[in-house]
Design a protein around this ligand. Structure first.
Ligand code: PLP
Length: 376
């Protein structure tokens, strides 16, 4: 017989999370998770869900009725957008300037649609001129997909201009805001974004495992007008809306992750309490403090100052320094997690996150002091 009698309760170490996510979780959010589990059709739970929707609309700056949290991490939000909107045979302009743009391309392919890739170098933002050229060359395109904040490189793209271009050419925009939501300016309605997804564990500083999404009325029309049913039963928004729609006839689709939704409610409430614009300003101020300290240590940024993400600082590993050994020491000696480079930047970059609750002076000071000591 298989037994595991000697296994003790698990106590994770207390780390400071300054990588690409998950970020440090607000203490109030950890507390919210431990509240009593109630039924997901309980009237009190439904009342909480209505508040959660209003909080999500605030965070996204949208009045879209179809705004909710997918019961799975950011990658599921990405997939939700593609499987619901894109049909086999459609053409999608996909902007690729890092890991996540490439994942969008793979989603388009798996739906059976045709991606037209607009490439930009890693560390560069998406170039709107190149996107416009692709739109001109492909009048059959129905969507423009891009990543607002490319976490693999630390570059911010101009979502406002790209979404406007999509509209101008009669396309719907699909926007990855996993790392941007709560960390940099983002205005879904004002910018005319049609489908957007995010994640709970980056600048919202909630636990991982939920993906806020929002669809414009134009996007909802597109979903309703599909010729073929959405190939994913779980992510099919026409079914999920039966549960999330606030008009009293909520029906069972899947069991909502009850406690995780308490956590998201609390993290969004904290964001609203601080104020969205104040949160953006705080990320920027902490980024500037970090950048000044890194300059003193002669550590250089990879991304140009004009389009650096405040919440994800990608810097060059100094010459002659062993990337993995330094990150290991930061973790073991300072309980500090800093991200490694991905793809083209593997071994060459560190990704220092200042996300959500993590964007505060204590974290900046700890990171600078720890780096100074281990690089000595
Ligand atoms: C983290 C991230 C994702 C994926 O989110 P998960 O929660 O890890 O599934 C997608 N896009 C971007 C830009 C990200 O930073």
């Amino acid at each position: 017989m298989i037994s595991a009698p000697s296994i003790k309760p698990f106590f994770p170490p207390q780390r400071t999370l300054m990588g690409p996510g998950p970020s440090d979780v607000y203490p109030q959010v950890v507390h919210a998770l431990s509240k009593p589990t109630i039924g997901h059709l309980d009237p009190e739970f439904i009342r909480m869900m209505d508040e959660l929707k209003a909080l999500l609309q605030y965070a996204f700056q949208t009045q879209n009725p179809m705004t909710l949290a997918v019961s799975a991490p950011g990658s599921a939000g990405m997939e939700t957008c593609f499987v619901n909107l894109v049909e086999p045979g459609d053409t999608v302009i996909v902007c690729r300037n890092g890991v996540f743009g490439e994942r969008m391309r793979q989603n388009v392919e798996r739906v059976g649609a045709t991606p037209v890739v607009v490439d930009n170098a890693w560390g560069e933002p998406v170039d709107p001129t190149a996107v416009e050229a692709a739109l001109k060359a492909h009048p059959e395109a129905k969507f423009v997909a891009f990543v607002h904040a490319e976490t693999s490189t630390g570059a911010l793209s101009d979502a406002k201009t790209l979404a406007a271009l999509a509209r101008q050419y009669d396309c719907l925009s699909i926007v990855d805001a996993v790392t941007s939501l709560g960390g940099v300016e983002l205005r879904v309605d004002e910018w005319g974004i049609d489908a957007i997804y995010s994640g709970s564990q980056k600048c919202l500083s909630c636990v991982p495992g939920l993906s806020p999404v929002s669809f414009s009325d134009r996007a909802v029309e597109q979903i309703k007008a599909r010729k073929s049913p959405c190939q994913s039963w779980f992510l099919d928004q026409s079914l999920v809306m039966g549960y999330w729609s606030g008009d009293g006839k909520r029906s069972y689709h899947h069991t909502a992750p009850v406690n995780a939704l308490y956590a998201l409610h609390e993290s969004l409430r904290l964001l609203a309490e601080e104020g969205l614009e104040q949160a953006w300003a705080r990320h920027k101020a902490q980024h500037q403090a970090l950048a000044a300290g890194l300059a003193d240590l002669n550590i250089e940024f990879i991304v140009e100052a004009d389009y650096r993400l405040p919440q994800l600082n990608t810097v060059k590993v100094p010459g002659g320094v062993d990337d993995a050994a330094i990150r290991g020491r930061l973790l073991n000696e300072f309980n500090l997690e800093v991200g490694a480079g991905l793809g083209d930047l593997a071994g060459k970059a560190w990704r220092i996150g200042l996300m959500g609750y993590g964007a505060r002076s204590e974290n900046v000071a700890l990171c600078l002091q720890a780096l100074k000591q281990v690089l000595r």
